[in-house]
Each structure stands twice: as structure tokens, then as C-alpha cells.
Design a protein. Sequence first.
Length: 259
Amino acid sequence: MKHIASRDNPNFKALKKLSQSGRERRKRGRAVLDGMHLIESYILHFGQPEEVVVSESGSLRSEISRYLTSGRSGNVVSILSDALFDELAMVETPSGILAIVLQPCPAHGPDQGIDTVLLDGIQDPGNLGSILRSAAAAGFRQILLSAECAQAWSPKTLRSAMGAHFQLDIHESCDLVGFLAGYRGQVVLTALNGAVDLYSLALKEPLAWVFGSEGQGVRPEVAATAQLQVRIPMPGATESLNVAAAAAVCLFETVRQRR
């Protein structure tokens, strides 16, 4: 294990830049995992992380200590003073452990013949992560994000998705219109004024669900590719649902129908 106590340490400077800069993470093709849950989820699917970073106090916590002595932490483990670790942490109450991992990439390009979730301009990382979590739980593996979406591999999105990333094929900065133009299945999007009630649909395979940005919804050019625009019945007085909640309703209605 390497002990780092100085801000001038080159490894610490590199870690800080990686934890704070989305551009740096994209350039290096790396993601920063915060907390044991995300790290364990990554190990389950991809094996050991490239590097593990723990705080001095974190290394004394039973869960982290067991992990460090389990042989699953890899060969590069750095222990930072709590003050230095706090500079890397991305939450108010640091977890005490981070891992640097190679950002998983799909083995091939998007498949236009399988169930897919398309996200058009989802800008809130919390919403994005929640949708990814619902998609994984509902069995939708292929995810396409427009260029206007929040970063799929940002620390906030990762925390919100709770490990769902590692069960999904996530394609970022996609041409949604081009993909849908050649899609060999049913294309459905949600809209407040959608002509069709969600619960009257027959959701057949393959199916592409399209969800739009929190403020503007789906762009007109994307909406034009959909065969169906649906509304979620809301007998209460609420004007609309959060996009993550709407996505969960639609995805699990798909599950219900196909059981």
C-alpha cells in the first residue's frame, strides 16, 4: 500500500483531476466509483479495479478493511490522510473508499432489433441514474443517450444508479433519429398530451421506449419517429410526473404485460 500525505504528490494530483473533471475521465476512459456497493458491483461483472484509494479512517472500517485484505482490491492501493481524501470525495459524508476503473464499453454498436431505452436530453444526473436503475431492473439492457444528456459515468449518475451501469450496454452521444429510423420494432414515447393511454397498449417485442428532457420533453425530430405517443393516466391533481418516475411506470408496465 502507498501512503500519500502531500497535496504535491503527483498521484494525488492525478486522482483529484480525475475525480473533479468529466473531461479528464472521458479522455482517460476511466470512471470513479465511490463506496463499497459500487465497487462490489463492478467486481462482480468485471473483476478487480485498476486502483483503490482509501482514507486513513476508512481503512479502519470493518467492511473496507475486509475488502483490502480479501485479495480483490488489486495491486494498487493508496491510503490518504482524511483531509486529502475529503478533497477527492464527491459527497458531504465521504464513504472512505474510491476505486478507479476502466469505463466499460459495449462490445458492439447499437442493435436496431432489440428492446431499447432512448434518453433525449436528460440533464439531471440523479434522474439519469434512476432511469438506468429502473431499466436494468426491468430487463432493458441497451441504453442510448443523446449528446445533450448528462454524463452516464459521472459520479452523481453512478451513485444514483447503484450499480446498474454494470448490467447495461450504454451508448452515449447517439444519433437517436438515425437509430429510430431503422429500428425494427415498436417506438413509443411518453407525452402529457399523448393520444394513447399507456394501459391500453400492447407492448410487443422489440420495443424502444423514448423519454425526453425534464423541461422540454422529447425533441420534435425525435418524436416524429415514434409510432405511438402515450400518456400515463393520472387521476390525481398532479400536473406531471418526474421523468425518472414516468420511465419506471412505463418500463414496469412492459414487464407486467410480458409476464
